[in-house]
Design a binder for this molecule. Structure first.
Ligand SMILES: O=C(O)CCC(=O)C(=O)O
Length: 320
């Protein structure tokens, strides 16, 4: 059986703004940045401190019966808890009070004030905690899009997906495994919108997803204090090896007007891309008036046109 190619994500130490911008950012490949100052959160953010300082504001959380969250069969529900209670529950293994079962798993992806309109911003939603977390000054302030709390029960696994913003994922406490796939492996990931249908990336169903082995697996384990640079469009799948607290910062790589203004999550395709996808949908609907063999033939011509006009010349080589 064909084996999936595996690459360790490169770890960089002594990274400052200049080194990041000159040597790491332009490669557009994931990179672990170790030892970048993140502020007092590294010492301070214990469960008790977070509960005390984060307060009782209500947070919307994912609650899942199994730690592997499954968006295809929707084995999770959205519930609301006061932040302090959520943190206590997420850090525990067994729950005297629960929504689904006493071993349920929890995950917070914090939201903006009006979740449908506004991106998350730690400074606005958690001002007392935000002062402990120093956003690495690697990009211009007008490129800033959002800062998002990512708090997970031990074992929680988030499905493989991509975002359209550049991302620095800071691991503040707990260890987290992250597996990434290049945007150039999109055809091997069996996409449903921005997510991969291959949920079990460690023992995939190859009868159903035979091309998954062709995707190169980039992997790293984040330790507390590590930052992971995830360039936009890179697919990522996270597995909390312990209860963990993280913050991710999204910022714009393209000009402001390239993005959908109604996108509080940072995962709506750039405007030009979503227009192009709509055109393809319309083109395919147009082909439907022809017999099947003609549809097949003209679909193949479209593929050839797309490949010759829009594919990058060289596939991405693993980061070194
Ligand atoms: O580790 C997590 O909680 C997921 C992080 C993530 O998906 C992101 O930073 O975009």
């Amino acid at each position: 059986m064909e084996l999936q190619e595996r690459v360790d994500v490169t770890v960089f130490t002594d990274v400052d703004k200049e080194r990041f911008l000159k040597k790491i950012y332009p490669l557009r490949k994931p990179a672990v940045l170790r030892g970048v100052p993140l502020g007092p959160c590294l010492e301070k953010w214990t469960v008790d401190y977070l509960s005390e300082r984060g307060g009782h504001r209500e947070v919307k959380i994912h609650v899942s019966s199994l730690p592997q969250m499954d968006f295809l069969h929707k084995n999770f529900v959205y519930r609301t808890l006061p932040f302090a209670e959520f943190v206590q529950r997420a850090a525990a293994v067994e729950h005297p009070e629960f929504f689904i079962s006493k071993h349920e798993s929890y995950y917070l992806r914090s939201l903006g004030e009006d979740a449908r309109k506004e991106p998350a911003n730690l400074k606005k939603q958690f001002p007392d905690l935000a002062e402990d977390f120093h956003i690495p000054p690697f990009f211009q302030s007008d490129q800033f899009f959002s800062s998002v709390f990512r708090i997970s029960s031990s074992g929680l696994q988030l499905w493989t997906h991509y975002d359209v913003m550049d991302n620095l994922l800071a691991q503040v406490s707990g260890r987290k495994r992250v597996v990434l796939y290049s945007p150039q492996d999109a055809l091997h990931l069996y996409l449903s919108g921005d997510k991969s249908e291959v949920l079990d990336i460690d023992s995939p169903n190859l009868e159903r997803y035979p091309d998954f082995v062709k995707a190169c697996r980039y992997e790293c384990v984040l330790e507390p204090g590590d930052l992971l640079y995830i360039p936009s469009l890179w697919f990522h799948n996270t597995l909390a090896l312990q209860f963990g607290v993280g913050v991710n910062v999204f910022w714009r790589h393209l000009s402001m007007d390239s993005y959908d203004k109604k996108d509080p999550y940072g995962n709506k395709d750039p405007l030009a891309a979503s227009r192009a996808l709509q055109c393809v949908e319309r083109a395919l609907a147009g082909l439907e008036e022809l017999p099947e063999d003609y549809q097949d033939f003209y679909a193949r011509r479209m593929v050839q046109l797309i490949q010759s006009r829009a594919y990058a010349a060289q596939p991405t080589q693993p980061a070194q």
